[in-house]
Design a protein around this ligand. Structure first.
Ligand code: SF4
Length: 213
């Protein structure tokens, strides 16, 4: 595995950007370099109405549709090699028009959460996740990163079904929720709290994030 360090940038700057992206405001600029991990890792990519130019180029056998007839959801599947059908010679052939999901994907969420992107089928991404190195301008910034990691570890280790809200089980869901609720693990009043108390606090923090807090 090649895990030579790759600069991930300022953690504080990135955290602000990714939280805005999770609110649908702006996005992050991922320094992918030569990495095409997310294009070769057997991802089903949802296609929105704005992705119609790409959908028109997907081989019919790899264009899947789910959901009810009145609200169908299109998906771009992957080839037998796990590669996106739009990838040729390690280049995205629709880069200027690439789907919104591709624009939004930032595997630094896994580095921030301290978890892998998935199992062996995601090994290329996992190598990059292991290589990312954030930098920190202050101890507080490092503690914030540690809080995101602690939140992800808690969410991954606990089943929760409170008020109809469940903790996610997959890596992306865990990382995203940890980024939204990490403040729980910076709250001195919750230091040493039991698991149910922390779970309630996470649910409350998640709702506050969704409400724009
Ligand atoms: S559409 Fe382009 S950026 Fe998106 S997964 Fe396929 S090759 Fe990669």
């Amino acid at each position: 595995m090649n895990t030579s360090p790759v600069p991930a940038g300022s953690f504080a700057v990135w955290l602000t950007q990714i939280q805005q992206a999770l609110r649908g405001i702006g996005g992050t600029d991922v320094p992918c370099g030569e990495c095409v991990g997310c294009c070769v890792s057997s991802y089903y990519i949802p296609l929105r109405a704005s992705d119609a130019p790409v959908a028109a180029q997907v081989p019919p056998a790899l264009l899947h549709v789910t959901g009810p007839a009145e609200a169908p959801q299109q998906w771009m599947a992957y080839g037998a090699d796990g590669h996106c059908p739009m990838l040729r010679n390690r280049q995205c052939t629709v880069y200027a028009q690439r789907p919104q999901t591709c624009r939004d994907y930032d595997c630094r969420i896994f580095a921030a959460a301290g978890i892998a992107a998935g199992d062996a089928v995601r090994h290329v991404i996992n190598e990059r996740v292991a290589a990312w190195q954030f930098n920190y301008d202050s101890p507080a910034e490092r503690r914030t990163h540690e809080a995101v990691t602690a939140a992800a570890a808690f969410i991954a280790a606990h089943e929760c079904d409170i008020a109809g809200i469940r903790f996610p089980a997959g890596p992306t869901g865990i990382a995203v929720l940890a980024l939204k609720v990490h403040g729980v693990f910076l709250d001195d009043a919750l230091n040493g709290a039991d698991a149910p108390t922390l779970a309630w606090a996470i649910i409350a923090a998640s709702k506050a994030f969704e409400a724009g807090g």
